[in-house]
Write a protein of this length. Structure first.
Lengths: 306, 263
C-alpha cells in the first residue's frame, strides 16, 4: 500500500464543554476520494481546519505528505487545494485576476501562473467570463471559479468543504463531472457533503461522523449492504400511521416520519401486494440508498444548530 | 497553535507577505482615479478655505503665515487619517466581511504575514495621500522646499506607527460601528492636541505634557520643519516615540489578531 497523502490519528478538539472532534482517525491514499458525511456540527469543517493548521488539535496527530501538521503546514499547503463552504473570491477582481492573485500566494512564478490561467478558466467553463467579476457570476460559476482557484498550485490533495451546497442540479452535475476529471487525473480529494447522491457518485470510501466521532466507514455500497436491508417501501398519506402498525411484521424495520412510513425489507412483494388496493396511499418502492443509511446512523431528529 | 505561548510568540514574518501587499495594490489601482482625485481635492479645499480664509484672521504663527503652519501640519494629519481608514475599515472588510484573509490562510501564507502586509500596505497608502498633498502644497506655492522629499520616509514611519495602532482595534472589532469610537475618542482629540492646527504652546501645561507623549505630536514635530525647508530638532526622541508606539502597537495587534483567528 502506498504512503497515504493524509493521515489523521486520534484527533480530538474541544471548544469549551462541547466536543467538536472525538478521537478521529482516517487516511487518504493518492487518487482516492474520501467522503465525510455527517449532520451539521458533526466536526467536518473543524477537521478540515485542523488539517490546514487553522485550528490546533487538543490531541492526536495529522500528517500530510508525511509532514507533521501544524509544524510543517506551510510546506504541506503548497500541495493542497481548498474550497471552503462559503465563497471567499475577491469581489474587486475579474476571474483571471482572482486566479493570478491566488497563484502569487503560492509563490509561483508569474509565467507559470499565466500559463495555467487559460486551462483553469476552461476547466471551470468560464472562458467567456474571464473579465467578469464574481458579482456578475451565477452561484455555480462562482463555485467553479473557487475550484479553479484551488487548482492554481496544481495540488495533489484537495480539501472540499460542501462544494456544491446551494447549487441547482445543472450546476451540481457540471461540478461532479469536473471533480470526476480531477480524480481521473490522480488527485486525491477529501469531500464533505450533505448530498448523499454526491457522496455515492464521487467517493471511493466514506466515513460517517456524528458528534465528532466516526460511526461508520466503508465503500458507499458496502456501507449500505452492511447496515441496511436491500429495499425500501415508502408510504405517504393520511392513513400511513395505521398502515405502519398493520404491516409492521412485513418488514425488518419500520420508521415513521410525519405522514410518511418507511419499510426497510429484503423482499417487498408481499407488502406491495397488500398495499395494492389502498388507492388513498401513495407508495414508492426503491433500493436502499445512502440517505437511508445516513438517517439510520444519525437519526431523523433535527440538530439544534441545523 | 492555540496555546498561550504561540499567541504571544514573536512575530514570524516571511517574504510571503509581499503577494498580499500586491493584492491590495491591485485593488487600489482599480480605484486609483477617484482615490487620487479625493487625495488632491480634500487638502486643496482645506488649505484654500482655512489656510487663506482663517489665516487672514490668525496672521502669523512662529513668524510664518498660518497657511504654511496649517499645510505642514495637514500633511501629517492626512497621512494619519488615510492610514487609519485603511487599517480599520478596509482591513476589516478584507478580514471579516469578504473573508479575504481566510482564503489567503488556505495558501501557504501565515496570519503573521497577513498582519504585517496589512500594516505595510496601509503605510504605503498613507504615502500616496501625503505625496498628493505635497504636490498641492508645491502647486499653491506654500512650500517648494527640497526637504519635503526627506519628509516622505519619515511619513512612512508615521504610517507604520498609526497602521499598527489601528490594527489593534481592527483585531477586536465586531463591526464597522466600533471604529467610530476610535476616531472620535482617539484620532480626533489627538489631532487637536498634537499641534496640527495650532501650536502646542497655546495649551495648558498639563495638556502639553500629555501631548509630548502622543505619536502624532512626534510626527508633526518631525514633518513640519521638513515640509517648510528646515531640519527638525530632537529627532532621536521623536523617532523613538514613533518606533515605541509602532513596536508595541504592532505586537499587540498581532497577538489580538491571532487570538481572534486561533484563540
Amino acid at each position: 500500500m502506498p504512503e497515504p497523502l493524509l493521515r489523521i490519528e486520534g484527533l480530538s478538539k474541544r471548544y469549551g464543554a462541547s466536543v467538536a472532534v472525538d478521537v478521529l482517525s482516517f487516511s487518504i491514499q493518492p487518487g482516492e476520494c474520501l467522503g465525510v458525511i455527517g449532520p451539521n456540527g458533526a466536526g467536518k469543517t473543524t477537521t478540515i481546519r485542523m488539517c490546514l493548521g487553522l485550528t490546533g488539535p487538543d490531541a492526536g496527530t495529522i500528517e500530510a505528505f508525511g509532514l507533521p501538521i501544524p509544524a510543517k503546514v506551510r510546506e504541506a499547503k503548497r500541495r493542497i487545494g481548498v474550497v471552503t463552504q462559503f465563497d471567499s473570491l475577491d469581489p474587486d477582481f475579474t476571474c483571471t485576476e482572482n486566479l493570478r492573485v491566488y497563484g502569487r500566494y503560492f509563490g509561483l512564478p508569474a509565467a507559470t501562473i499565466e500559463a495555467r490561467i487559460p486551462a483553469l478558466l476552461e476547466f471551470a467553463a468560464l472562458q467567456a467570463k474571464a473579465t467578469a467579476r464574481p458579482g456578475e457570476l451565477s452561484g455555480g460559476m462562482r463555485r467553479r471559479l473557487s475550484l479553479a482557484r484551488a487548482l492554481v498550485n496544481d495540488p495533489d490533495l484537495l480539501l472540499l468543504d460542501e462544494p456544491t451546497t446551494g447549487l441547482d442540479p445543472q450546476a451540481r452535475h457540471l461540478m461532479w463531472e469536473r471533480l470526476g476529471n480531477l480524480l481521473q487525473q490522480g488527485k486525491a480529494i477529501l469531500l464533505t457533503t450533505h448530498f448523499m447522491d454526491e457522496a455515492e457518485r464521487l467517493c471511493d470510501r466514506l466515513i460517517v461522523l456524528d458528534h465528532g466521532r466516526k460511526i461508520a466507514e466503508g465503500t458507499p455500497r458496502g456501507l449500505i449492504a452492511e447496515h441496511l436491508e436491500s429495499d425500501v417501501v415508502e408510504v405517504y398519506g393520511e392513513g400511513a400511521a395505521e398502515v405502519a402498525r398493520a404491516h409492521a411484521h412485513a418488514a425488518e424495520r419500520v420508521e415513521t416520519s410525519g405522514e410518511t412510513v418507511f419499510f426497510y425489507l429484503r423482499d417487498a412483494s408481499a407488502l406491495l401486494e397488500a398495499l395494492g388496493p389502498r388507492h388513498d396511499l401513495r407508495t414508492l418502492h426503491r433500493p436502499a440508498n445512502l440517505e437511508d443509511l445516513f438517517l439510520k446512523l444519525t437519526g431523523r431528529q433535527i440538530r439544534e444548530d441545523a | 497553535m492555540t496555546t498561550a505561548a504561540s499567541l504571544y510568540a514573536a512575530p514570524n514574518v516571511t517574504p510571503r507577505f509581499w503577494p498580499v501587499v500586491l493584492r491590495n495594490l491591485l485593488v487600489w489601482k482599480k480605484l486609483a482615479v477617484p482615490s487620487v482625485v479625493g487625495n488632491i481635492a480634500e487638502p486643496l479645499i482645506t488649505l484654500v478655505a482655512f489656510g487663506y480664509g482663517l489665516g487672514a484672521l490668525v496672521g502669523q504663527i512662529d513668524g510664518r503665515p498660518y497657511v504654511q503652519f496649517l499645510a505642514s501640519g495637514s500633511v501629517t494629519a492626512s497621512a494619519t487619517l488615510a492610514v487609519t481608514f485603511e487599517a480599520l475599515y478596509s482591513a476589516y472588510s478584507r478580514m471579516a466581511v469578504q473573508k479575504t484573509w481566510d482564503s489567503i490562510l488556505n495558501a501557504p501564507i501565515a496570519l503573521d504575514d497577513i498582519v504585517f502586509a496589512e500594516m505595510l500596505w496601509a503605510a504605503i497608502k498613507g504615502l500616496f495621500s501625503c505625496t498628493a498633498i505635497m504636490v498641492v502644497i508645491a502647486l499653491l506655492g506654500i512650500s517648494r522646499a527640497p526637504t519635503m522629499l526627506i519628509a516622505l520616509p519619515v511619513l512612512g514611519l508615521v504610517g507604520v506607527t498609526f497602521a499598527s495602532i489601528a490594527l489593534i482595534f481592527n483585531a477586536v472589532a465586531q463591526g464597522y460601528d466600533f471604529f467610530t469610537y476610535y476616531f472620535t475618542l482617539v484620532i480626533t482629540p489627538m489631532t487637536f492636541l498634537s499641534g496640527v492646527y495650532f501650536p502646542i504652546a497655546q495649551m495648558p501645561d498639563w495638556l502639553q505634557t500629555v501631548a509630548a507623549f502622543l505619536p502624532l505630536t512626534a510626527a508633526v514635530e518631525l514633518v513640519r520643519p521638513l515640509v517648510l525647508g528646515e531640519f527638525p530638532t530632537d529627532v532621536t526622541r521623536h523617532v523613538a516615540v514613533l518606533i515605541a508606539y509602532a513596536a508595541a502597537g504592532y505586537y499587540l495587534a498581532l497577538v489580538l489578531t491571532r487570538r481572534r483567528f486561533f484563540g
